[in-house]
Ligand binder design. Sequence first.
Ligand code: ZN
Length: 146
Amino acid sequence: MSEPITLACPHCHRRNRLAAERLDQAPRCGACKQTLFTGNPVDLDNRSFNAHANADLPLVVDFWASWCGPCRQFAPVFAQTAGSAEPHARLAKVDTEAAPELAARFAIRSIPTLLIIHRGKEITRLNGALPPAEFQRWLSANLPTL
Ligand SMILES: [Zn+2]
């Protein structure tokens, strides 16, 4: 048995604890009973962000805005990658217009900006959109292993 890991539910944002080997067994949230992995990025705001950022499950955040052309171009790449990155990472989107507190907290100066956060700490960041293969390579090179 490996150490249990913590992750937040993409629906109710409650913290869950489960054995690492259960991650790929389609686990469900202990609170709301919905699936802990949906294959899609989760939209986070100032209220829901910390539960995911402070988890053992690495969080990959796309800081974006609706008026940003490169953000819109990158959105399908990011969404598509959620399915393959799960259950070893959580992909999330933060709308910098809706959550300016988060953009300020992480000193986001250009969008899109991608951050990898693990146990509350920023691991690395990248400014600008990437083609799918390069995004995948960046993730593989930087995602902490559980
Ligand atoms: Zn839940």
